[in-house]
Design a protein around this ligand. Structure first.
Ligand code: 2BA
Length: 109
């Protein structure tokens, strides 16, 4: 068995959960925050048999889209703040960031 940990954008999360549940998968949704943008994103935990991993990844690929997002860098620590002009820069946010972990043991009590 595998645990799929998928970090996705909030905009894609509802459709992704619906698609997973429609296909008979069990999923848990966590409200998370990206360390770089410090903005909300969604982490899904999906426990599946090994032979279902690729199907779940296909569903994630189909639903989750990359988007460009503007981020304004913070002033450099210790640097001159009065002359610092924060220009927004674009970053490309996934898609999805997916980890597939081996599950040692799974029980539903
Ligand atoms: P954030 O950490 O908020 O990152 C959002 C986007 O900012 C990233 O998109 C990436 O394009 C950019 N970015 C992140 N760290 C950067 C850095 N040090 N320098 C330049 N650009 C940077 P994604 O790569 O698609 O990541 C989306 C979210 O997935 C991340 O949100 C984070 O919550 C999670 N994530 C990505 N890689 C991870 C990892 N190795 N471990 C844990 N979480 C991860």
């Amino acid at each position: 068995m595998k645990l799929i940990v998928a970090i996705v954008q909030d905009k894609d999360a509802v459709r992704l959960i619906e698609a997973l549940v429609d296909q008979g998968y069990r999923a848990t949704k966590l409200a998370t925050t990206g360390g770089f943008l410090r903005e909300g994103n969604t982490t899904l935990l999906v426990g599946v048999e090994d032979d279902r991993v690729d199907d779940v990844l296909d569903i994630i690929r189909r639903i989750c889209h990359s988007r460009e997002q503007l981020v304004t860098p913070l002033a450099p620590v210790g640097g001159p703040i009065d002359s610092y002009v924060p220009y927004p820069v674009e970053v490309l946010v996934g898609g999805a960031t997916v980890f597939v972990l081996h599950v040692e043991r799974y029980e539903r009590v």
